[in-house]
Design a protein around this ligand. Structure first.
Ligand code: ADP
Ligand code: ZN
Ligand code: ZN
Length: 733
């Protein structure tokens, strides 16, 4: 028998294959367990790849004799260790993705590419012993003397010298040459007194007390409170407590919630450096923040989805703000949900995790109502502002101008006359959703997608919102040559035009993906609005984020489209959106008003929502989900496939379904398979799309089935002719 001590490295590589890959360690490096979590450079086929050592193992009978050596071990100490590596391994198993792909998803791009860990230290200068003896001999009034007087045996940070000691860099170089001064690194732990915290109201205090009491152990909490009810103050209180204990806090926010206002507020209040992570940062900066977390130098990190993967060697608290937000779900590659991972990590790290929202996801609410999470409610707006009054405008049989009723225009006029701001909310960008021939019924469809082209540029251009295809609008109908082509319905562009006509002198701002592509563009737009009267026209980009204290009227047009969607989550999304948009009205001293324009004033969703608010809606919706055995009362996984032909997709999904035989031990009882069926958009960007849905009453049943099934899919011949992916707990069906 061979020697059982480890001789080879099992490496996780970012390739779409489910297994680990064995390598010998580089010459002269023993395969010891402390290599686990280190990055290695290896040859893989004709290319070089960066992987992570997932395990070391003894060679066994199956080890080929021709194993290659890894080219290089990149890290002296494991980059991924302890809890984080264990959690990532759990994620790989839960989402049934290769560990190497999960590791690549979790690491910042620069580190993924094998770059050395960046410098995260703050540099400072101090006097050497020689320097302290020589100080008095330096010419009084000279810059070297000024610097020598400023620094001492204790180092002073370069940033501090920059602020108060002119010309210090040249002086420092001079002192250094003579051996009088040296540059030293010290960690960025510069706590200062934080800003004033307000006195919390009773319900805030109760939540804050509960969080403080649960520091040091796993304790999930749902903090449900309307916008402006003071959730952020509760987070800030708990983070302050977490910092006092010498632990780190991680705060997750939606893409759109990471505004300069939010950051400034955290920085001002906490009195420690607050690090930021989001997709708009340069690779180097992302690697720096990640590494500063790993070294314990970053004490508070605010970030979007992928920040859920930062290392937390001294964990204290995890916050997920706006926990219902769709941007927490990654929709490609490893399709993880950051809220779920925050919970898994909090459990592994033994820290409290607080999920905050005015409109909790039904999954979270279900967990709170069933006692798995503590549940705290904040019922009132903290500033004493009244909840906005909601009025439904029944537009059946009314004349509409670009979808706007006369009543709505009047309300806008009154708002402008009071010197206040209004928001017209329409969740469709562009001029109109469809271009239609009035004579023959032809409509402009995307050639590569099963979807109509959206009309832009006042009817002049057609753009497909799904594949980006562009065309100029035809002047005559391609089918009947009629000139009666008409844009149908209204998007934000058309509404803006109509408002320009109605209020030619008013300041108008259109905010949608078309007008805010550059980072920071949204801030700039809002700055031009300032405090004066004006009208914002926008999509759901405006549903949250920036504080708009002068906004007193919110007019919602076109909710009706959302009332008719086939997706079982559509009502939940619509209710959340309506509540979030409505919450924008009247945040400060002025009362707010919400107008809801609809052709379905009696629709049960609107009825319940208006009568009892989100809690009433959620209770009803949960009951319906339970009756229909839908999540959170069932668990789903979706296998998606796309290819150039129907046949390729059909063959793969058919074969996949074929091998999903019931477990002989009865473990698959309760797993139902639906499909193969076309995806909701059966053709997109020229590719045919199909799917297979698995549903189970319990998670273990689902995962037992997936655990047997997924490895076999890689081996299917038909898998080579499609792109396929698995989505565990999908949010879009
Ligand atoms: P949310 O996060 O729920 O939207 P915030 O925490 O941002 O609410 O609070 C809304 C506003 O009310 C903020 O300006 C905040 O400073 C203020 N505020 C919150 N709690 C209090 C309090 N207890 N006393 C005074 N002002 C408060
Ligand atoms: Zn026609
Ligand atoms: Zn298209």
């Amino acid at each position: 028998m061979s020697d059982p001590s480890p001789t080879l490295l099992r490496v996780a590589l970012p390739v779409p294959l489910p297994q680990l890959f064995d390598y010998l360690p580089p010459e002269g490096t023993p395969a010891t367990p402390d290599l686990v979590g280190c990055r290695v450079r290896v040859r893989f086929g004709p290319a070089e790849k960066i992987g992570v050592v997932a395990a070391v193992a003894p060679a066994d009978a199956e080890t080929p004799s021709t194993l290659r050596e890894a080219l290089q071990v990149i890290d002296a100490d494991p980059l991924l260790g302890g809890e984080l590596l264990a959690t990532l391994d759990w994620i790989a198993r839960y989402y049934h993705e290769p560990l190497g792909e999960v590791l690549a998803t979790a690491l910042p791009v620069a580190l993924r590419g094998g770059e050395p860990l960046p410098d995260t230290a703050t540099w400072g200068w101090r006097l050497t012993e020689d320097g302290r003896r020589a100080r008095a001999r330096l010419r009084a009034g000279s810059r070297p003397r000024a610097l020598a007087d400023r620094i001492d045996a204790d180092a002073v940070a370069e940033a501090v010298l920059d602020a108060g000691t002119p010309g210090w860099r040249a002086a420092a170089r001079g002192l250094h040459r003579r051996g009088y001064a040296e540059r030293v690194a010290f960690a960025t732990r510069a706590p200062s007194a934080g800003g004033e915290m307000p006195v919390l109201r009773d319900e805030q205090q109760a939540a804050a007390d509960a969080l403080r009491a649960s520091l040091g152990r796993f304790a999930p909490m749902l903090l449900e409170g309307v916008t402006g009810s003071g959730k952020t103050e509760v987070y800030l209180d708990a983070i302050a407590a977490c910092l006092e204990r010498g632990t780190q806090a991680l705060v997750l926010v939606p893409e759109i919630g990471l505004t300069p206002q939010t950051l400034a507020r955290f920085r001002r209040r906490l009195g420690v450096p607050v690090e930021v992570l989001h997709s708009g940062l340069a690779d180097g900066e992302r690697a720096r923040v990640w590494t500063a977390c790993a070294r314990g130098q970053a004490r508070v990190v605010i970030g979007t989805r992928s920040a859920v993967f930062v290392p937390l060697p001294e964990p204290g608290l995890i916050v997920v703000d706006e926990e219902h937000d769709a941007s927490y779900k990654q929709q490609e590659g490893v399709r993880y949900h950051a809220r779920d991972i925050a919970l898994v990590r909090a459990r592994a790290l033994a820290v409290p995790v607080v999920l905050g929202s005015a409109t909790p996801a039904l999954e979270s609410l279900h967990n709170a109502l069933s006692g798995r999470y503590a549940h705290h409610r904040l019922g009132q707006r903290a500033t004493g502002a009244r909840a906005p009054a909601v009025r439904v405008i029944d537009v059946r049989k009314r004349r509409l101008e670009a979808g706007l009723s006369e009543e709505l225009l009047q309300a806008l006029r009154a708002t402008l006359e009071r010197g206040e701001q209004a928001l017209v909310f329409k969740n469709r960008r562009g001029y109109a959703p469809v271009l239609l021939c009035h004579d023959c019924g032809w409509s402009a469809q995307c050639r590569r997608c099963d979807a109509p082209m959206t009309v832009h540029a006042r009817g002049g251009r057609l753009i497909c919102h799904h594949c980006g295809a562009r065309a100029s609008a035809p002047r005559a109908c391609p089918d009947c040559a009629s000139l009666a082509l008409q844009p149908q319905g209204a998007g934000t562009e058309r509404i803006e035009d109509a408002l320009a006509e109605a209020f030619p002198d008013a300041l108008r701002l259109r905010i949608d993906r078309g007008t805010t592509q550059r980072r920071g563009a949204l801030e700039q737009h809002l700055a031009t609005l300032g405090d004066g009267p004006g009208i914002l026209i926008g999509t759901q980009m405006l549903a949250k984020g920036h504080d708009l204290p002068r906004l007193t009227l919110v007019a919602v047009v076109g909710v009706d489209e959302g009332l008719h969607s086939a997706d079982f989550r559509a009502p939940e999304r619509l209710a959340q959106l309506l509540i979030q948009v409505a919450g924008r009205a009247g945040r400060a001293d002025r009362p707010g008003q919400v107008l809801l324009q609809t052709h379905h004033p009696e629709h049960p969703l609107l009825h319940t929502l208006l009568g009892g608010g989100y809690p009433a809606f959620a209770a009803l919706e949960l009951a319906e989900r339970e009756a229909a055995r839908l999540p959170p009362y069932a668990h789903m996984a979706l296998l998606r496939a796309d290819a150039l032909t129907d046949a390729a997709v059909g063959d793969f999904l058919g074969a996949a379904r074929g091998i999903l035989a019931p477990d002989p031990a009865g473990g698959d009882a309760g797993v139902a398979v639906h499909g193969p069926m076309p995806a909701p958009m059966a053709r997109r960007a020229g590719r045919v799309r199909g799917q297979l849905l698995l549903m189970a009453a319990t998670r273990p049943a689902l995962h037992r089935a997936l655990g047997r099934w997924i490895p076999q899919l890689y081996a299917l011949p038909a898998a080579r002719r499609v792109r396929w992916s698995l989505d565990v707990d999908p949010v879009d069906l």
